[in-house]
Design a protein around this ligand. Structure first.
Ligand SMILES: [Fe+2]
Length: 224
């Protein structure tokens, strides 16, 4: 989708007329969300060092780059969801899509985790898991397979597809939103998510997160 371009001629004329009165740079629209727990709250599965770098450096960089890319364009002021939906699949806006999707994916991902997660699942979600997968073990097995087998960087997701739950995986920054699938859970399998703690042992990281850190209440809340 091509958005109408802004009328930049009036801005240019105003700047020529009042060169010393350049408009103040607006505050960034997109901000790094705070983590919903302390940096060391997910240890020993995810170390404080990994979380500090992942959130404070990688996630921050996506937010900063996105603000840089949309500043002064017709995309300024749009939500992350709108940016993802409007730029998905376009060649000319790949940078905006990648950074908007990564900003959204990470903000979602932090909420999928919680310290000392358990297998206690809200009733409505538990019923849907039983209908779609048979039981929680089968869901975890399929989810782990998607996360482990995703070649290179990407994400594993539990999504709502109509009335049914599905496990899907996406490469790089891609997420389920443009496919009209509702994300319930996400697991980041970019190396930056685990390499400091697990090096090349992605499977160990995936199984540890699935068994010890999943916030099933958050997943259930996304059904609404
Ligand atoms: Fe990440």
């Amino acid at each position: 989708m091509t958005l109408p371009s802004q009328d930049s001629s009036a801005v240019t004329k105003a700047r020529r007329r009042f060169p010393s009165e350049a408009p103040a740079r607006p505050a960034p629209v997109h901000a790094l969300p705070r983590l919903p727990y302390a940096l060391n709250a997910l240890e020993p599965v995810i170390s404080a060092t990994t979380l500090a770098v992942h959130h404070g450096k990688h996630h921050q960089a996506y937010v900063d780059k996105l603000n840089e890319l949309v500043a002064g364009t017709a995309f300024a002021g749009l939500t992350l969801e709108d940016l993802i939906m409007r730029t998905a699949g376009t060649q000319e806006h790949t940078g905006i899509f990648n950074n908007a999707a990564q900003a959204w994916n990470h903000a979602f991902y932090w909420r999928c985790l919680k310290p000392a997660g358990s297998d206690a699942i809200p009733e409505v979600l538990g019923k849907m898991i039983k209908e779609s997968f048979g039981d929680l073990a089968a869901l975890k097995s399929e989810f782990a397979k998607a996360a482990i087998e995703q070649f290179g960087s990407g994400w594993a997701w539990l999504v709502l597809d109509g009335a049914k739950l599905r496990v899907v995986r996406t490469g790089n920054a891609n997420d389920p939103l443009p496919h009209h699938l509702r994300p319930l859970l996400a697991l980041d399998v970019w190396e930056h998510a685990y390499y400091l703690d697990y090096q090349n042992r992605r499977a160990d990281h995936v199984h540890a997160v699935l068994n010890k850190l999943i916030n099933w209440e958050f997943a259930a809340s996304n059904l609404a």
